[in-house]
Design a protein. Structure first.
Length: 104
């Protein structure tokens, strides 16, 4: 069925996962075939990609992108507030046993 396969890790909220499970159950009873959660998620992704100019789809993408940016920036701020080293490279050099470079 799939000649060119790739694996991905998909992290979903429990609500979205529950909705997909409900859809899989409805499809199973409608078609009288076993419909897995993977089949449902694959179909949703494929159908969503076909609607590339849908404003609702873009609004969802924008909301998720902003949420990820906020999570990352707040984590970065917490790291700086906790007195984390100035840069990751400096911390990696110190862990690797290299001497820190002096700034002129």
């Amino acid at each position: 069925m799939f000649a060119n396969k790739t694996r991905v890790l998909l992290i979903l909220s429990q609500d979205v996962l529950d909705q997909a499970r409900v859809l899989a159950g409805k499809a199973t009873t409608t078609f009288k075939l076993t419909v897995s959660l993977q089949i449902v998620l694959r179909a949703l992704i494929e159908e969503g990609l076909k609607r590339e100019n849908n404003p609702t789809l873009f609004a969802n993408i924008e909301g998720q992108a902003k949420a990820v940016r906020e999570i990352r920036s707040s984590a970065h701020r917490r790291g700086q507030a906790a007195g984390a080293p100035g840069s990751r490279r400096a911390a990696n050099r110190q862990r690797a046993g290299e001497r820190p470079r002096r700034r002129a």
